[in-house]
Design a protein around this ligand. Structure first.
Ligand code: SPV
Ligand code: MG
Length: 432
């Protein structure tokens, strides 16, 4: 009875299967439970609803559990080498769940001290998909969704953000995932771009698509997804309007708004100095930030200040002076933008700003400097990367090609090869 037994669980949605596992495992000896940290869980699925301390508290109070330790990765090795258990217990479902590699590693590690893996039948009647749907429905609610960006910023080296401009593109951001080794890669958040929201409506990106319309797009997206939303708030408009909008955005569950320090008729930044654009004064823009922060009700919401100095060729010193002023005015993050393909000026800004303040998140939009890898951005202190327009930019040529194919052939047979099958389009959106 003094054998050392180890199991690992995330225990976000605790169900009878977990209790069964704990009960069986504790029958083999003294049971240590490795509870996965929030960071570890965030590497393969949505953020846990309960944080690590809450989950630890629950698990350590379950009968049969002797000790709870942190498991910081999906991989068991570090904890196994520290604890050297005689037995590891796991449900026999992990072979079907793409965890072959993790399982093999557990077996080889245990073999170093003749430990063994015991697999017990997965508890019948646990409908994890149904439980997940219930949790997803609740993570889509404004209170929960709004808090998520700040949580992700604490947990992730970089928050991967992708643009969405309607319900369908948002579903792509919500559901796209790929497997890299044992990790699942997904996007963490959505960018409600002014460029793509306007483009999707056939309008130019000049604040013509107004806040009422932007809110409709947000609502459409929120109806069908759960990931946190960062709104491209353009210039933020009049200060008196901005304060109202901050409260609306908070109330509906948006996590952050990014406003840019331009004034007058705003045009897209990627035009740079090719079109007339005026940068706001530091004095006026900091007033806007202060008013927004004062209007804010919750702690969760973020007002991020976007600096256009590099876009408008005003120089690095101007960008840094503004970053400091905006931070002092209460901005919760700084977005620095550039339209150079070489990321050097972005790196210089990030290095210098991080020296000044390493706590305030930095946001970048690498549309022009598109060769840069996320790992490099992390090295320079970037916290949020936004892929600002790629879904609509890839959709448009695909649609145009299909349209031209039909014109060319006077029939739609040739175009079919480019399209989702009817079966696929009918089942793309389940009618649950
Ligand atoms: C947007 O996506 O609308 C942006 C980013 O504001 S950029 O187009 O690069 O200015
Ligand atoms: Mg924009």
């Amino acid at each position: 009875m003094n054998k050392k037994v180890y199991i690992a669980i995330s225990a976000d949605i605790l169900h009878h299967g977990h209790i069964n596992l704990i009960k069986k495992a504790s029958e083999y000896g003294k049971l240590t439970v490795g509870v996965l940290t929030d960071e570890a869980i965030a590497t393969y699925k949505r953020l846990p609803v309960l944080n690590y301390d809450q989950r630890k508290f629950i698990i350590e109070n379950i009968e049969g559990v002797d000790e709870v330790v942190k498991q910081e990765t999906l991989d068991y090795t570090e904890n196994l080498e520290k604890i050297r258990p005689d037995i590891v217990v796991h449900g026999d479902d992990w072979l079907d769940n793409n965890q072959q590699q993790t399982r093999n590693k557990v077996i080889t590690t245990l073999s170093q001290w003749n430990g063994k893996l015991i697999e017990i039948p997965y508890t019948k009647g646990v409908n994890i998909d149904k439980l997940n749907t219930l949790v997803n429905d609740s993570t889509g609610m404004p209170e929960t969704r709004r808090t998520q960006l700040r949580r992700l910023l604490e947990l992730k080296p970089i928050v991967k953000t992708m643009e969405a401009h309607n319900g369908l593109s948002a579903l792509v951001v919500e559901n796209a995932k790929i497997k890299k080794d044992e990790r699942i890669e997904r996007f963490d958040a959505m960018w409600l771009s002014s460029l793509t929201d306007s483009t999707a409506k056939g309008k130019p990106d000049i604040e013509l698509v107004d806040m009422t319309s932007r809110l409709k797009t947000i609502d459409e997206i929120m109806e069908v997804t759960t990931k946190p939303i960062i709104l491209d708030g353009d210039t933020g408009g009049e200060i008196e309007h901005f304060t109202f909008n901050v409260r609306t955005l908070e109330r509906i569950g948006v996590s952050a708004v990014i406003i840019e320090d331009k004034i007058g008729l705003k045009k897209n930044s990627l035009y740079g100095t090719e079109v007339e654009q005026t940068q706001d004064s530091i004095e006026h823009f900091t007033q806007k930030i202060r008013a927004g922060k004062k209007a804010q009700i919750t702690e969760d919401f973020m007002i991020i200040a976007r600096i256009e100095s590099l876009i408008l060729e005003k120089g690095m010193d101007d960008a840094l002076t503004r970053a400091k002023a905006y931070t002092e005015a209460g901005a919760d993050g700084i977005m620095i933008h550039s339209r150079k393909s070489d990321p050097t000026e972005i790196f210089t800004f990030c290095d210098k700003f991080t020296e000044y303040n390493s706590q305030i998140p930095i946001v970048v939009v690498p549309t022009a400097f598109n060769k840069v890898y996320e790992e490099e951005l992390v090295e320079h202190g970037v916290n949020i990367v936004i892929y600002a327009n790629h879904l609509i930019r890839s959709a448009y040529p695909a649609m145009m090609e299909t349209a031209e194919l039909i014109l060319e052939n006077n029939r739609c047979h040739e175009a079919d090869k480019k399209c989702l099958s009817i079966k696929e389009i009918l089942s793309l959106i389940p009618d649950k």
